[in-house]
Ligand binder design. Sequence first.
Ligand code: NAP
Length: 483
Amino acid sequence: MLLKTKVAEKQRLFIDGEWFEAREYAPLYSPYDGEIITHIPMASEAEAEMAIQSAVKAQTSMRKLASYERSEILYNLTNLLKENFDRAAELISIEAAKPIATAREEVKRTIQTYRFSAQEANQLYGETLPMDAAPGGTGRIGYTKMEPLGVIGAITPFNFPMNLVAHKVGPAIATGNTVVLKPASQTPLSSLFLVELLQKAGLPKGAINVITGRGKTVGDYMVKHDNVKMITFTGSPEVGKQIREKAGLKKIVLELGSNSALIVDQDTDIEQVVSRCVQGAFSYQGQVCISLQRIYVHENLYESFVEQFVKETRKLKTGDPLDEQTNVSALITSNDVERALSWIDEARNSGAKICLGGTSKGNVLLPTVITNASPDLKVSCQEVFAPIVVINSFSTLDEAISEVNNSRYGLQAGIYTKDIRKAIYSTEQLEVGGVIINDIPTFRVDHMPYGGVKESGIGKEGIKYAVEEMTVQKLVVINNSIQ
Ligand code: NAP
């Protein structure tokens, strides 16, 4: 691997503004070529406890900061990220095998996410209440204010190691909370880099703590801890369900998986949409929560859509994530390659057609296009999280909508149609958190409300919405009638 960025041989935990060596370490391997990148601290429960206590203590200094000061820290961070843009992108690319061009896009979005957070820090409005609307309320003044919850436990996945951390850390700082961050074991480097920058940006000591290590150990410890007031989790539904069971009365936000779908109606100009659909299906090897996994194309267009889709997919280059030309690189683990290949085999053996791909080169699964797959196959009904797309045909819009809704998940769905009535009808019928008209379900910008229904999760992200989740509305009533 072409390592332009230097990575220290051994990483450290970040607790109470200090770097700590852990008692236990594990090698971090490149998902692409298996080389050791560095060694990662595997925090114990005792170290997780230190991080939580540090965050508890830092609440005092965070509460002393005015809104404009928290905003300024976040703006400082955006400037530092711009200054360190190349390093940030390379760290993501190295640890996650994310093609470098895609990693750069992630850093740009991360800067946006922190900028939105900086703006939101100055927008924490409450409301004035007409207390005298009730007979007993005469002579009283009522208003609400947004207050921080306290310590927020943030648990993040591997696939957007910088921007999905930003979706938790940005609003938490904006609202005056303190944070214990547990990044995914495969992608801790971008989080450790973030705290380096946050220190320089002026964040008070202890306001953010990073503990790396096994989710089952440190994640679980945080989830059960009484001093952690909220868990904001992005990851798989399996872990999300466990968190919900263990979190007790803590506030939780769960941003989970999906097998997102798109409807291509009969009036669509295929030429215009195919390359966008290919991008939605294969960007970051399909390891995106709103990756385009299922496409339902009107029967009149079906054959030419599949033909053009395959032609466009053939143009994708596979290989080293640090190579500028690479579009599709390695899956996050070799187990994921094996899992994806076995799901493709299941589809092949049950009569589906593998139009392209279906094999791997090392840990790179070649972009795979499957047609004629029944809804009960794993490639259709589970989250593939790999560069695999299933394309089927439909004859009526109701049939297509029912196929899209035939899923445990409901994060986002898309529809291409020129008919406004069909577009509006679809928004009413699709069981998802977001409907994207005339674009793929993979569309996301960082300030929009984002979150799913069914097994795709609970609660919303998108900075303004995360700010609401991370605050408590406190009511103040003043009796103004007593002299
Ligand atoms: P994952 O395996 O669920 O891991 C997510 C995080 O949870 C990691 O930090 C992991 O730590 C930790 N964890 C594991 N077991 C835990 C436990 N028992 N208690 C507490 N924490 C625990 O997910 P992933 O493979 O990293 O990410 C892929 C999944 O994330 C997909 O399902 C994808 O759809 C979803 N995702 C959703 C969104 C969204 O916004 N809806 C966005 C991106 C990704 P370790 O790494 O140490 O195991």
